[in-house]
Ligand binder design. Structure first.
Ligand code: ATP
Length: 511
């Protein structure tokens, strides 16, 4: 547990030191759960977006992309159910004035009991040594059994209360578990209330005209309200998809774990419109396709797992998450939801406009069913960054920190380094950059020893470093070093473009 927290801390400090992610408005001590992407972070983020957009939009004949406004007509959120049902149960501690998610307090309480069980098992291992039968121990030890029973009881009561929207029941459970505020240590709690996660603001300069509008909590609704615009103007035939990348906002009660849970974040969503009755086929198709998209990055197939939802959202008839093994453990990276015809039907009802498709093959009108894929761009960023961050001990005993970012996503593709700052080497290096810069983001670096420069490029994940030396001036050859193998070979300048392209082209991920 502690090791994992250390890993996250290391990633956060590396991200700041090298210009990937900064705390937002840091000179004012930052703003909770808000971060800014720095010069390298923006490049990595753009490359992730591009990988998604190329794969989802440009390589699918029947998927198109849009960019809808963050502000939407307020009725949109009534129709979607967000005004009435996009809530988290919150509770305040009267002494510390700290606010918590009631369900998270209970989850953490159960986690503590789980840890007690693990401690008991550890004690058993110590006591019995090689003779220890863990399975038998877990099934029979009275302390383990009592604690497992406790967890089950809390889980059952929590689920029943939340499903019935019985907030008093949730409060009673917190009292019965004798949960204390981690800050004040007291049990002086307020009642549990539902808290709507949407940020609201006012539109219109004259107060009388003012109307409450919301910052969108998901990008999906911008797609639904444009369903007919896109279908008609693009002459789209079902099944087809509409994709978009954009900001979403949620007033998360407990926002933490770096960029994993923020109040302002970015989503990459695609809504796939299909015939009613065919949604499960497409749901399975998208589960597999999206899983393959993630695995193509080479971060390790065992780093991903599916988690099927047992309690489905009001709009879904099937849903699962693709979870990633973040430094904090397996957590949701992407959601895949079969949303039925819920959203389009709701918008038909609230707008009074028909949102139907005439299917020429069936010769009938219907409201299409929808399968959604929704991945958090910031969570993708954290997945790539944390899985790539490695401290390595080299053969000669020295150490290096390397970001083995998939080359197609790396911010800089190649660093060009003149061995010295004189004798025409800088000019030659710049000439090489001029030949490469149209296709690859290059960095020119002439400061410090070559060894130090290599370490710096390793730390920012640059797949190639090219050294220009005196021999270059004689025969147009350079040394190219591979970030991962650290091998150096002498090649012709004329071959550089091909060698780099072979490794960093997005095609390597897409085929
Ligand atoms: P969680 O259970 O973690 O709160 P969710 O189930 O509410 O997530 P969805 O509504 O399915 O999330 O949103 C789709 C995707 O958007 C998620 O898979 C996640 O990658 C991303 N996402 C959601 N909330 C946040 C957030 N607060 N910060 C960053 N990314 C987020």
């Amino acid at each position: 547990m502690e090791q994992k927290e250390d890993k996250l801390k290391e990633v956060i400090s590396h991200a700041k030191e090298y210009g990937f992610v900064f705390p937002s408005s840091e000179i004012y001590d930052g703003l909770a759960a808000t971060y800014d992407y720095g010069q390298l972070g923006s490049e990595l983020k753009n490359n992730i977006k591009s990988y998604w957009w190329k794969s989802m939009v440009q390589m699918h004949e029947n998927i198109v992309g849009i960019d809808s406004a963050i502000f939407m007509h307020p009725t949109t959120w009534k129709a979607s159910g967000h005004v009435d049902a996009f809530n988290d149960p919150l509770i305040d501690n009267k002494d510390s004035k700290k606010r918590y998610r009631a369900d998270v307090l209970l989850e953490e309480h159960m986690e503590k009991i789980r840890l007690k069980i693990e401690k008991e098992v550890e004690k058993g291992v110590k006591r019995f040594g090689d003779d220890f039968d863990e399975h038998q121990f877990r099934a029979t030890n009275p302390n383990v059994l009592r604690n497992a029973e406790k967890i089950k009881e809390i889980e059952d009561r929590m689920r029943t209360s939340l499903e019935a929207n019985d907030l008093e029941g949730v409060y009673q459970l917190i009292m019965d578990c004798e949960i204390v505020c981690p800050v004040s240590g007291s049990r002086n709690w307020t009642e549990v209330r539902q808290f709507n996660l949407m940020f609201s603001t006012e539109i219109g300069s004259v107060s009388g005209d003012a109307a409450t509008i919301y910052l969108r909590p998901e990008t999906a609704q911008g797609i639904f309200v444009n369903f007919l615009n896109v279908q008609k103007s693009g002459r789209m035939k079902i099944p087809f998809g509409i994709a978009q990348i954009g900001k979403a906002f949620r007033n998360e009660i407990v926002a933490r774990q770096f960029i994993f849970r923020m109040r302002e974040f970015e989503q990459m969503e695609m809504q796939f419109f299909c015939r009613p009755g065919e949604e499960m086929k497409w749901y399975e198709y998208w589960k597999e396709t999206r899983s393959n998209w993630h695995k193509a990055l080479g971060l390790g197939d065992n780093q991903y797992r599916f988690h099927d939802h047992i309690k489905l959202a009001h709009y879904a008839n099937a849903a699962c998450d693709i979870e990633f093994n973040f430094p904090m453990g397996f957590k949701e990276l992407e959601g895949i939801h079969s949303r039925t015809d819920f959203d389009l039907k709701q918008h038909e009802q609230f707008s009074g406009k028909k949102l139907q498709y005439f299917d020429p093959e069936l010769n009938q009108n219907y409201v299409p069913f929808v399968v959604e894929t929704s991945v958090g761009l910031d969570r993708m960023f954290l997945a790539v960054l944390s899985a790539s961050h490695k401290n390595e001990v080299l053969e000669d005993g020295s150490e290096r920190t390397v970001l083995s970012i998939p080359p197609a996503l790396a911010p800089y593709k190649v660093a060009i380094m003149p061995l010295t700052k004189k004798d025409g080497l800088p000019e030659k290096a710049r000439e090489i950059i001029d030949g490469l810069k149209f296709d690859f983001l290059c960095q020119y670096d002439e400061k410090d020893s070559i060894g130090k420069r290599y370490r710096r490029q390793d730390a920012i994940g640059t797949p190639f470093s090219v050294t220009v030396d005196h021999e270059t001036l004689e025969n147009n050859t350079v040394t190219i070093r591979d970030r991962d193998t650290m091998e150096q070979v002498r090649v012709n300048i004329a071959d550089l473009h091909r060698l780099i392209d072979e490794k960093v082209n997005m095609k390597t991920l897409l085929v």
